[in-house]
Design a protein around this ligand. Structure first.
Ligand code: ATP
Length: 555
């Protein structure tokens, strides 16, 4: 995400904090970085180890990420055999980009978070050591093996209630701990919430953090805790700088408050927490727009809506966090930075915050309106376990409806008895029953008469129709084109732009939910589709038929 920094200059009448001016002489920089080789896993009192690590102590295996001025590698430490992530920054690049403060602050904050305390929580990427050579700086960190939360949200589009509560709970614990240490993160977002091997959160990216001079609960007159402007060393009164990401940036960062010397404090992270919770539940952040300038305007006007199907308790909590006035955010005026008022909110009912870190995280599943979490959970978990006995006992309305249309299960040919070819044929001609000549003829007709032909790559359209495709909880009207291949293309009909296609494989599975709603499950994503005319079953039938034609009755 682009730094908010550059774009704020476009905002009319908003305070603009330019990049931190750093004409740092190279010599001074090198002496600062030479202090970087002190390992940090020790308690404060432990003596620093004598030997410094070097790149030769590791096997660099692969690149796992790239930042604006760094490359992150997965590496193996020779001595211990443990896997670590090593962030490598070019010294020249850092100097050129004036990122020295950023790098030093990241190290300072990670050291602070590593300091063992009774109330420590293990929700941060750990800094094991830092070292450097002539050209580069190295940060040896714990390896977040499961990527970041954003990639999971993209995959399932929304988190169900259990997941939202669990991951929002861990995030809140992490925020509480940072604030108790006087650290304001200022760039909390799903990309910066990494996941450990065991699927617990590991917050990362501490370069934008602020270190508070002293930790005080904000009062309405002071707006927020006292912070230095850039790390902990800026003279008081200097104008604050902008950091963060547009979708999660709090209004006080953008407002005239900065011009008046008012400063950004812990409530900025509570705002981001509200935005992230909104995104967990709905799939998208609350403030969206084609560019950052429009997003900023929406943030300042508190212009956002809750889509249909948003969890009511989560809605109430988000509303209490997304307050323009920082002191009015739930938890913001709480003494001692313990966010019990947030933890006691009904959304978190049943969450045991103190044991989250040792609980087994719930499997990440989507929140689908019209279905219960249990429904999704049992449906998807059964699939994972390879349980082909997908049929339920009893005869509730849904079951009855399915049986009426002759669909024996919730799934495609893989999980239901396949109709005998003769039985199918005797009833009607199958959708794939055409000769090569008929196909050619239909293609010629299609090219001449069907305005959607240009999107299907020369394939024959077997079925087409408008469906509401959900992006999270947000419906988007799309023209769906099921073709030979097989392919299932979808097009934005307003702009006549091909938006993508549902990937076919033998793992594709359809699931009917109501007369209007059906799902297509693929290994990486569940597509939530709605036929507002009520012919979801027809879509399912046709998709299943095409599936059987290409993949048989399943593996
Ligand atoms: P920017 O420098 O622009 O703020 P960034 O914060 O994403 O970007 P880095 O901190 O260098 O930059 O991280 C780059 C990417 O590397 C991250 O997006 C993340 O996917 C991955 N990454 C960073 N740290 C770890 C880690 N400890 N374990 C696993 N992956 C990591």
């Amino acid at each position: 995400m682009p730094a908010v920094q550059q774009l704020c200059s476009q905002l009319p009448k908003q305070a603009v904090g330019g990049p931190e001016a750093l004409a740092t002489p190279v010599k001074q920089f090198m002496s600062a970085t030479s202090r970087m080789s002190v390992p940090t896993e020790q308690p404060d009192t432990a003596p620093p180890p004598v030997t410094k690590k070097s790149p030769e102590d590791f096997i660099f295996k692969e690149i796992i990420g790239e930042g604006s001025f760094s490359t992150v590698y997965l590496a193996k430490e020779l001595k211990t055999g443990r896997q670590v992530a090593i962030k490598v920054c070019e010294k020249r690049h850092i100097l050129r980009e004036r990122k020295k403060d950023y790098v030093l602050r990241e190290k300072e904050v990670m050291n602070l978070l590593n300091t063992k305390r009774k109330d420590s929580v293990p929700f941060f990427v750990k800094l094991y050591s830092t070292f450097h050579d002539a050209e580069k700086l190295y940060f040896e960190m714990s390896y977040a093996a499961r990527g970041d939360v954003l990639q999971y949200i993209r995959r399932v589009e929304t988190l169900d209630e259990e997941c939202s509560k669990f991951y929002a709970g861990e995030l809140l614990q992490a925020i509480e701990h940072m604030h108790s240490l006087g650290i304001v993160h200022r760039d909390l977002k799903p990309e910066n919430i990494l996941l450990s091997e065991t699927m617990h959160i590991l917050i990362s990216d501490f370069g934008s953090c602020k270190l508070m001079d002293h930790v005080v609960p904000p009062s309405p007159s002071s707006s927020s805790s006292s912070l230095s402007d850039s790390g902990s060393s800026n003279p008081p009164g200097r104008r604050a700088s902008f950091v963060g990401t547009a979708q999660y940036v709090s209004p006080e960062v953008l407002s005239d408050d900065l011009r008046r010397g008012r400063i950004v404090g812990p409530p900025a992270d509570l705002w981001a927490f509200g935005c992230i919770l909104y995104q967990f539940v709905s799939g998208l952040p609350p403030f969206r727009g084609p560019n950052d300038y429009i997003i900023f305007k929406k943030v300042l006007a508190l212009e956002y809506q809750f889509p249909e199907g948003f969890l009511p308790n989560a809605q109430d909590l988000v509303q209490q966090l997304l307050k323009l006035e920082p002191t009015e955010r739930l938890g913001a005026s709480q003494a001692g930075d313990t966010y019990t008022s947030i933890k006691n909110h009904p959304f978190f009912n049943g969450v045991d915050f103190d044991t989250l870190y040792c609980q087994t995280p719930p499997k990440i599943l989507p929140h689908m309106p019209g279905t219960t979490s249990e429904d999704m959970r049992s449906s998807m978990l059964q699939e994972d376990e390879g349980d082909d006995e997908h049929l339920q006992t009893g005869l509730d309305t849904k079951r009855e409806m399915l049986l009426r249309v002759g669909s024996a299960g919730f799934s495609n040919g893989k999980k239901q008895p396949s109709p005998t070819p003769s039985a199918t044929k005797s009833l009607k001609k199958g959708i794939m029953d055409f000769t090569m000549e008929e196909r050619q003829e239909r293609l010629v007709q299609q090219a001449a008469n069907n305005s959607w032909h240009r999107f299907v790559d020369g394939n024959l359209i077997l079925k087409q129709g408008f469906l509401e495709k959900r992006k999270g909880l947000f419906p988007r009207r799309r023209m769906f084109l099921l073709t030979t291949g097989p392919h299932l293309f979808y097009v934005d009909p307003n702009n006549m732009v091909l938006k993508g296609q549902v990937p076919w494989s033998s793992k594709l599975r359809t699931e009917i939910k109501t007369f209007k709603i059906f799902f297509i499950h693929t290994p990486n994503r569940t597509y939530y589709l709605e036929d507002t005319e009520g012919f979801a079953l027809k879509w399912k039938d046709v998709l299943d038929e095409v599936y059987r034609y290409y993949f048989g009755d399943g593996a």
